[in-house]
Design a protein around this ligand. Sequence first.
Ligand SMILES: NC(=O)c1ccc[n+]([C@@H]2O[C@H](COP(=O)([O-])OP(=O)(O)OC[C@H]3O[C@@H](n4cnc5c(N)ncnc54)[C@H](O)[C@@H]3O)[C@@H](O)[C@H]2O)c1
Length: 261
Amino acid sequence: MRFKNKVALVTGGASGIGAATVRRLVEDGASVFIADLNDDLGRRLSDELAADRVAYRHVDVSVQEDVEAMVGAAVEAFGGLDILVNNAGIGSFAETPDLAPDEWHKVLAIDLHSIFYACRVAIPEMRKRGGGAIVNTASISGLFGDYAFSAYNAAKGAVINYTKSMAIDHGKDNVRINAICPGLIRTGLTEEGLLQPPLGDVWQAGIPLGRYGTPEEMANVICFLVSDEASFMTGSIVVADGGQTAHTGQPNLPKLLLEGT
Ligand SMILES: NC(=O)c1ccc[n+]([C@@H]2O[C@H](COP(=O)([O-])OP(=O)(O)OC[C@H]3O[C@@H](n4cnc5c(N)ncnc54)[C@H](O)[C@@H]3O)[C@@H](O)[C@H]2O)c1
């Protein structure tokens, strides 16, 4: 019960990494406010979990007023805010000349601006409680480039540096701010690709652990980062990718030279 008496807010909490994080936070004692666009999944999750400690609200995180109302509603529902997980996100495939400006703005609004809108009002609430913890879900795609993933790469790269910027500003407030960079995780975002042969196999072959990760494995890292066990961590960018980005991209020379493959 490491989150007993803590109040948490998780955006994109209705499915995937967000839903696994909600479950874990609730299991470990927190009251959790779920924000998402997917009302079916959000309400189902909220109904399934401890009714007096879980609430769901329809929120479009790309809309500043929605996000401000979301933080206000979480504070009103549970009496304050200790933990914020900025997790809602979308991807978008296109090389720059083919990317419509509307699509660019949409990805940046959901993946990046939403974090600004939420932190802007959440940090003052955390100050009132003597501190708090925020985790932003970035991506290994914020550390390096992917083919035809320009808007997502740009947004997630910005999330990483914005996390560091806020971390140094709010150490004085005892608000710790970290980011997680998931690698390939099987969720609604990736499932279609993973199930499409040979894409799934090719994708997983680039991961030293030889498999995709699970939402629960990401929830473990997020919950560690927002817990007191990570009390000296702020501004940290934690990669959880099965070793995918440990590789320089060089060929496997021993295999190539000795086995010819
Ligand atoms: N799955 C992966 O391999 C992977 C890898 C790296 C990073 N991520 C990041 O993890 C986060 C969670 O993604 P996931 O893989 O769990 O995918 P997911 O699609 O299962 O979950 C994303 C959730 O965000 C919600 N959402 C989307 N737009 C929203 C909006 N405008 N307002 C409110 N909610 C909105 C969706 O309804 C959904 O419930 C994202 O930020 C994603 O970029 C995922």
